[in-house]
Write a protein that binds this ligand. Structure first.
Ligand code: ATP
Length: 398
C-alpha cells in the first residue's frame, strides 16, 4: 500500500432520478454525528437509477494537489461528498490519512440561525477542537474571511459569497492534512480568489494533500499537479495541462464532433529544437506535430488547430478552413500522416489548450474532427494583461 494521503479505489455512486437525499437540513444531524447518510443498500436497483460516479480511481500524495474537472453534472460534487463522508459509496473504497478539512462539509454544517462567530465554534467542536483552540484561531479566521462586520449576524442572512468566505476561512484553520475544496472561486471576488489560491499553494508546500474542484481552469492549472477529467471518454487522469486540454475538448462548441473523421495517434508540442514543452515564456516559437489517421475517405482535407484560453474557453486562435493552413486534398480511410504547425505563442500569462482540427469544405459537416491534443502554460509575468501582445513601443514626443 502506498503512502498516499487519499486513495480512492473503484468508486461508484448510484442515485435515483428525481430524488435528492442531501438537502442541508438532512445533512446537519448526520454531519454532527459524523455518520454517513444517503445510500440505499447496494443490492436494491431500480429502473431509473443512474451512476453519478462510476469506476473512479485515484491517489493523492501529501504535498500534491489533484484537480477534479468536468462539465456540469459530471459528478464532481458527488465525488467530493463521497470523499468527505457526506455520502456513502454504492461500491468501492476511500482511504484517507490524517485530518480532513473540507469547504463542502463546513458550509453544509453551518447552522443557519447561529451567527458566523457561533458557527466557527460549532465547526471547531465538530472537528474535535477545544473552545480554547478555537479562541486562539478566531481572529485569524475572521480576518481571513474579510467579513468581520457581519460576524455576529446569523448565517442565514449571508450572501453565497460571504458563506464561502467564512467556510474557506474555517476550513483552512483546521490544521488539515487533507484539504478538499470546491467552487469557492466562483462566488468569491477576484481578491478573495487570489487569496484562496495563495493559501492553498502554501498548504501544498507544507505537505498538505489537496483535492480541488473548479470550473476555473486558470486556478486548476496554477495550483494542481494532476487532474482527473470526469465524463471524458476514456476517462483521463494525469498531467494538469493535458487534462485541461481534454476538458476543453469536451466543453467545445456544438459544431464540433470528436474523433469521427480522424484519430490522433500521436502528438508533440515542442520548441523548434524538438524539445517537448509544457510551460513557456510569451513569444516562444513552438511546433505542434500531430500524427493523424483518417477514419473515412476525405475528398478535400484541410488541417489546422485551435487554441483556447483555459480560464474561460475564449478562442484565442482558430486557423479555420478559410485560411487553408494546410490543404492536403484527398485522403483515403485508414491513411496515416504527420502534420506540423510552426507558430509563435504570442500569449499572455495563463493556461491554454490546443485542439487539432480536420476540415473538409466539400462535406456538409465541415469540421470532421476536433480533438484536444495538448496543454500549454505561459508563465512569465508581464506588466500587460489582456488577450494579445500589441508589441507596444511608447515614445514621449516632447
Ligand atoms: N442527492 C442526489 N440525488 C439524486 N441525484 C443526484 C444527487 N446529487 C447529484 N445528483 C445527480 O448526479 C449527477 C451528478 O451531479 P453533481 O452535482 O455531482 O455534478 P457536478 O459535476 O458537481 O455538476 P456542476 O458542475 O453542475 O456542479 C447529476 O445528474 C445530478 O442531478
Amino acid at each position: 500500500m502506498s503512502g498516499a494521503a487519499v486513495q480512492v479505489t473503484d468508486l461508484w455512486k448510484r442515485f435515483h432520478r428525481g430524488e435528492r437525499q442531501d438537502s442541508l437540513r438532512d445533512l446537519i444531524p448526520s454531519l454532527l454525528r459524523r455518520s454517513r447518510p444517503g445510500a440505499r443498500s447496494a443490492a436494491t436497483l431500480r429502473d431509473d437509477d443512474f451512476w453519478a460516479v462510476r469506476e473512479v480511481q485515484f491517489g493523492v500524495e501529501f504535498g500534491e494537489a489533484l484537480g477534479i474537472i468536468g462539465p456540469n453534472g459530471a459528478g464532481k460534487s458527488t465525488m467530493l461528498k463521497l470523499l468527505t463522508g457526506i455520502l456513502r459509496p454504492t461500491r468501492g473504497e476511500i482511504r484517507m490519512r490524517g485530518r480532513l478539512a473540507s469547504l463542502i462539509e463546513v458550509s453544509a454544517g453551518f447552522h443557519q440561525d447561529l451567527t458566523g462567530r457561533e458557527n466557527v465554534y460549532l465547526q471547531g467542536a465538530v472537528m474535535g477542537m477545544s473552545r480554547r483552540e478555537v479562541d486562539r484561531r478566531l481572529d485569524s479566521i475572521i480576518d481571513f474571511s474579510g467579513i468581520e462586520t457581519f460576524i455576529d449576524t446569523p448565517v442565514k442572512r449571508y450572501s453565497s459569497g460571504m458563506n464561502a468566505r467564512l467556510g474557506f476561512a474555517i476550513a483552512v484553520h483546521l490544521d488539515p492534512d487533507v484539504l478538499v475544496i470546491d467552487e469557492v472561486l466562483s462566488v468569491g471576488d477576484m481578491a478573495f480568489q487570489e487569496k484562496c489560491v495563495q493559501r492553498m499553494k502554501a498548504f501544498k508546500r507544507d505537505g498538505v494533500a489537496i483535492v480541488f474542484v473548479s470550473h476555473n481552469m486558470q486556478a486548476i492549472g496554477d495550483l494542481c499537479d494532476r487532474a482527473l477529467v470526469l465524463k471524458s471518454s476514456p476517462r483521463y487522469l494525469g498531467e494538469v495541462g493535458e487534462a485541461i486540454a481534454r476538458y476543453l475538448g469536451l466543453a467545445g462548441s456544438g459544431d464540433e464532433t470528436m474523433g469521427d473523421g480522424a484519430a490522433v495517434l500521436d502528438v508533440r508540442l515542442t520548441d523548434r529544437q524538438g524539445r517537448t514543452v509544457e510551460a513557456v515564456a510569451p513569444h516562444t516559437p513552438l511546433r505542434l506535430e500531430v500524427v493523424v489517421r483518417a477514419d473515412v475517405d476525405i475528398p478535400d482535407a484541410i488541417f489546422s488547430f485551435i487554441v483556447h484560453r483555459a480560464t474561460d474557453s475564449l478562442c484565442v486562435y482558430d486557423g479555420n478552413f478559410t485560411t487553408e493552413e494546410l490543404r492536403l486534398g484527398p485522403l483515403r480511410a485508414g491513411q496515416t500522416l504527420t502534420v506540423r504547425f510552426d507558430h509563435v505563442a504570442h500569449l499572455a500569462r495563463g493556461q491554454y489548450a490546443y485542439k487539432f482540427v480536420l476540415h473538409d469544405p466539400q462535406l456538409a459537416k465541415h469540421r470532421l474532427s476536433v480533438l484536444p491534443v495538448a496543454g500549454l502554460r505561459v508563465d512569465e509575468m508581464r506588466t500587460w494583461s489582456g488577450v494579445a501582445d500589441l508589441s507596444v513601443e511608447a515614445s514621449a514626443l516632447g
